[in-house]
Ligand binder design. Sequence first.
Ligand code: PLP
Length: 368
Amino acid sequence: MHNWVEINLDNLRHNFEFIRKMVHPSAVMPVVKSDAYGHGMVETAKALRDAGAEMFAVSKLGEAVRLREAGIKVPILLLSGVIDGEYEEALNRGIRPVVFTSEHLKKCQETAERYRKNFPIHIKLDTGMGRLGFRIDRINTVLSMVSTCKNVVIEGIMTHFADADSDDLSYTRLQCDLFRRAVQRFQEMNIRPRWVHASNSAATFLFPEARFNLVRPGLALYGPTFFAPQLLPVMSLKARVIQVKDVPPGSPIGYGRTFTTPERMKIATVSVGYSDGYPRALSNKGIVLIRGQRCPLVGRVSMNLITVNVSHLKEVREGDEVVLMGCQSGASIFGDDVADLAGTISYEIYCRIGTNPVKRFLSESSQS
Ligand SMILES: Cc1ncc(COP(=O)(O)O)c(C=O)c1O
């Protein structure tokens, strides 16, 4: 195998359990959209269900249907709602749409009436993210619409924070206060949703007042990050050294000759590139682990190969394992490290590496 992704399901379950204990008595709804941030949606959801997850959030209906077809029976929330032609399937499969326009609400009511069923939905309020949701200043209209929809069950009311991972949480506090007042207005109208939720991972860790009775973490399930360093990494990207060479000073390395050896160097060529999910932005910037030592990339990341300076290693051989993200002999490179070097966020790194077709799911507990 030239390169592969490893998903440590034990660490995933550990992170879930950590969050669950931390937020108790609030419940945890794992966010497994976008192939569980690249970690493999079905395997991730099954591992979390076995660890006790009682509901999941995805973005689109197709994802929820895949989970249903894989035998996931618990409630699934569609964060991006449903679009035309999807209402019946959502209703009949017990998939809960997030509703953020009056048009959606009407269609949910019509569909529920047609099938003589109750349609559980979650109402999303925009308290300042400026993305999905009924604007909070339209709360009166929302309340009057909701109270006329007989077959629609308001199972949840939710909002989303714009910058809960910021040093300054004053905007999060403002959003949270607006949301709390809106929830009160619902209660005054005798609408008491089973679930009230606002927190993504950052808010779950940094702003406990906003946990209400349910939190929606995605990122934190998948590994440590600056606000949750105690969590365990789940995804690793690994490859192999396929050639080692001694090169004289003045040798150009890789496309565009962006690196020239300043002295005699030992260069390892490693079998991974941007088509395997490793960002090209790491050209001349990335760090990898070989034999437990940090080794810098030299030259550009190409489609299937990278070149690494291994001059400082006592020994390096063709066939040696290379860790691009993950741990090796006590050293580690986390998603945040890769993201910082590439000038992006770990979410994007996970999703991108997750497109690698070779995934190995590791789990001690399922082997025993
Ligand atoms: C509405 C909503 N809730 C929760 C999450 C999970 O966020 P995070 O991965 O930061 O925990 C997302 C992710 O984008 C989201 O869109």
